[in-house]
Ligand binder design. Structure first.
Ligand code: FAD
Length: 281
């Protein structure tokens, strides 16, 4: 029912997940995280773009992000979504934009989106690495049945991988849909990645999976802004490297829906707020 929820209600409940509309907002949030001993990965929101010019503008915004990160001496890299850089318009346009972002020579993580983009995302990652761009990382989603095979297919590249459960709605033919199978796949992918010598960041707030990652001594944990902040502080206090995903920008809607979708406590609250609002009209 989330897409039926009025946008102002979505914005109200999702504001904790987003730094704000501007780069200054992201800088303020990252500075605070850095002061607490956490690194960041900055995401320019923009997956709702429809024109090549918008995709190029997002790429240019990433250059502004790098310039600011360097000037402010922030401990932050960036995450990009290929759809925001034009993947749905043209693969070549998207690659050109990714190369623009990579030209700055700083680490770039390519997020993984819905299953219609998986092949193109992995293809682009492989091309970039074979062309000598080593400062680029990828994401694998444990809910996809193919992911363990993808781990093996990527092994020759010794990839830098963020492993997460996956958030897009996929059919059972492509993805595990029950919590236990997704967890089991996460652990299987984690073991396979570590065995192939990949650098792994565990992108999860699930206590059971955090413990599995701790038991395997993963080099990095990643969490989303606004989620399980106390647990993030505990991990940092225990000496673990932790990176927080910090999105900013005007195009907050699609990202916000996904965050609300995975927050069970929020569903009832939003339903009440929406119905209350409807009754007032
Ligand atoms: C750094 C990072 C990057 C990511 N990148 C991608 C990506 O590129 N592609 C992709 O498909 N997915 C991505 N995800 C999302 C991921 O796939 C999951 O959807 C998300 O992390 C929730 O799964 P979980 O492992 O935290 O477990 P869950 O079982 O969903 O959550 C465990 C617990 O964490 C808390 N929690 C989780 N989410 C929320 C929330 N939104 N609000 C409040 N509490 C919450 C709850 O207490 C919940 O019980 C990313 C996640 C992280 C942390």
């Amino acid at each position: 029912m989330l897409p039926a929820v009025p946008k102002p209600v979505v914005q109200l409940f999702s504001s904790r997940y987003i730094a704000g509309p501007t780069l200054d907002d992201a800088v303020r949030v990252v500075r605070k995280l850095n002061a607490e001993g956490m690194a960041a990965t900055i995401d320019v929101l923009g997956e709702e773009i429809a024109h090549a010019d918008e995709a190029r503008a997002i790429a240019r915004t990433y250059l502004d992000v790098f310039e600011t990160v360097e000037r402010e001496r922030l401990d932050a890299n960036v995450s990009v979504k290929l759809t925001a850089l034009g993947l749905k318009l043209s693969y070549d346009l998207c690659k050109e934009n990714v190369l623009t972002v990579l030209a700055r020579g700083r680490f770039v993580r390519i997020d993984m989106e819905d299953a219609t983009t998986t092949d193109d995302t992995l293809r682009l990652y492989r091309e970039l690495r074979l062309e000598g761009h080593d400062g680029v990382g990828i994401v694998l989603q444990a809910y996809l049945r193919r992911s363990v095979d993808d781990v093996h297919a990527l092994a020759d590249l010794e990839p830098n991988v963020r492993l997460c459960k996956g958030i897009y709605v996929e059919p059972p033919s492509l993805a595990y849909t029950d919590a236990d199978s997704i967890r089991a796949s996460f652990v299987q992918c984690l073991d396979a990645l570590l065995a192939t010598g990949a650098y792994v960041a565990a992108g999860t707030h699930d206590e059971a999976l955090i413990r599995e990652a701790l038991a395997r001594d993963v080099p990095e944990f990643q969490m989303l802004l606004g989620v399980r902040e106390d647990r993030a502080c505990e991990l940092v206090a225990a000496g673990h490297r932790l990176r927080v995903y910090v999105p900013f920008g005007e195009q907050w809607y699609a990202y916000s829906l996904r965050r609300l979708q995975e927050n069970p406590a929020m569903a009832t609250t939003i339903a009440r707020a929406t119905i209350g609002r409807a009754l007032r009209f």
